[in-house]
Design a protein around this ligand. Structure first.
Ligand code: NAD
Ligand code: TYD
Length: 352
């Protein structure tokens, strides 16, 4: 197996931690450097099982600091980048759009500039992979599916910032022949999902007997993919994706929010030994999210046809695995909701 030096940004977050774990375990001859600022969403506990592996390194840093990024490229001589660091929650973007523009647009641009400067003149064997979202396509209200040529039509500050970063990634390919590729994935779920997003929030609230907030009438539809299937797709695109191309990733698994919430209530009542219907009583319909996209639906056939990638985990299996993980990792839930992980970080990396 060839040796490579791969920078993964946002590797302490939800999806990033699964990508780091997959690469560290699957590619022992690669050096995997995880660059993360450790915002509220980044948690080194997500990587405890691999943090001592010899091919894994952690660098705390901010993608808004371009000089730091340039130095990092000098230090490690990366030949690959998988960029996941971002502000990722739509509701937060409604309250602080500037933070989203800074991290998601300027942060991505900084990384492109640092990689382009480090690689200029020799793009052979290099790849910059930007991980994006189906939300850049807007809302598929009329039953259509998003393909890679669907018009970009972002409707929240989060998706607008991701769409802008996508344009920079493609513009660098066009303008400088920069070796970049990007993918757009549907909603992920699974272990280590931060409990501000729908599925882990519902699980956490059921555990704590708190109201289950459903926006509007719960009629909005999302297309859910188990996070390990996304990580495998990222591995596939990183190794096989063609420069200048966009790849959609999705599970062909559409659910109305209210149906997912009811399913989780049903499964958790069983697992917690509570009478059927106990958790459903907690469902509370609340004021809708402003500008709430009605439906996301991805057509992943290009990636499937070009590479043979397929989702391996059905929703029935994935949601059980996810609930079981949260039930056996309630300490993790407590830590990420209390800020305890910051103490873990300073104990673990003190003086490094
Ligand atoms: P997340 O919010 O769980 O993690 C983001 C990570 O980025 C955190 O570890 C955080 O500390 C880090 N980060 C934030 N700002 C940073 C900065 N300035 N410098 C360095 N690190 C910084 O996000 P996620 O859900 O794992 O999503 C990862 C990527 O995948 C994002 O780019 C997101 O847009 C994309 N995506 C997410 C989903 C989903 O369902 N969660 C779906 C499709 C695409
Ligand atoms: P979310 O997990 O925030 O992902 P996204 O908005 O990026 O798709 O939300 C998924 C869906 O669940 C979305 O339609 C909004 C809805 N939702 C609720 O109904 N209640 C909640 O408390 C949250 C966080 C989301």
């Amino acid at each position: 197996m060839a040796s490579r030096k791969v920078l993964i940004t946002g590797g302490a977050g939800f999806i990033g931690s699964h990508v780091v774990r997959l690469f560290v375990n699957k590619y022992p001859t690669y050096t995997i450097v995880n660059l993360d600022k450790l915002t509220y969403a980044g948690n080194l506990e997500n990587l405890r099982d691999i943090e001592k592996k010899p091919n894994y390194k952690f660098e705390k840093g901010d993608i808004l600091e371009v000089d730091f990024l340039r130095d990092l490229f000098k230090k490690y001589d990366f030949d690959g980048v998988i960029h996941l660091a971002a502000e990722s929650h739509v509701d937060r973007s409604l309250h602080n759009p500037t933070e989203f523009a800074m991290t998601n647009i300027i942060g991505t641009l900084n990384l492109l500039i640092a990689a382009n400067a480090a690689w200029t003149g020799n793009f052979e064997g290099k790849k910059f992979y930007h991980v994006s979202t189906d939300e850049v396509y807007g809302s598929a209200d009329n039953g259509e599916f998003f393909t890679e040529t669907t018009k970009i039509d972002p409707r929240s500050p989060y998706s607008a910032s991701k769409a802008s970063s996508d344009h920079f990634v493609l513009a660098f390919n066009n303008s400088y022949h920069f070796p970049s590729v990007l993918s757009r994935c549907s909603n992920n779920y699974g272990p280590y999902h931060f409990p501000e997003k729908l599925i882990p929030l519902i699980i956490n609230n059921i555990l704590n007997n708190k109201p289950l907030p459903v926006y509007g009438k719960g009629e909005n539809v999302r297309d859910w993919l188990f996070v390990e299937d996304h990580a495998r797709a990222i591995d596939t695109v990183f190794h096989q994706g063609k420069h200048g191309e966009v790849y959609n990733i999705g599970g062909n698994n559409e659910w109305k929010n209210i149906d997912i919430v009811r399913l989780i209530c049903h499964l958790m009542d069983k697992k917690l030994g509570r009478p059927e219907g106990t958790s459903e009583k907690l469902i509370t319909f609340v004021k809708d999210r402003p500008g709430h996209d009605l439906r996301y639906a991805i057509d992943p056939s290009k990636l499937m046809a070009e590479t043979g990638w397929r989702p391996e985990t059905t929703f029935e299996v994935g949601i059980e695995k996810t609930i079981d993980w949260f039930l056996t990792n309630q300490e993790w839930l407590k830590h990420v909701t209390s800020g305890e992980y910051l103490k873990y970080y300073s104990n673990m990396y003190q003086g490094r």
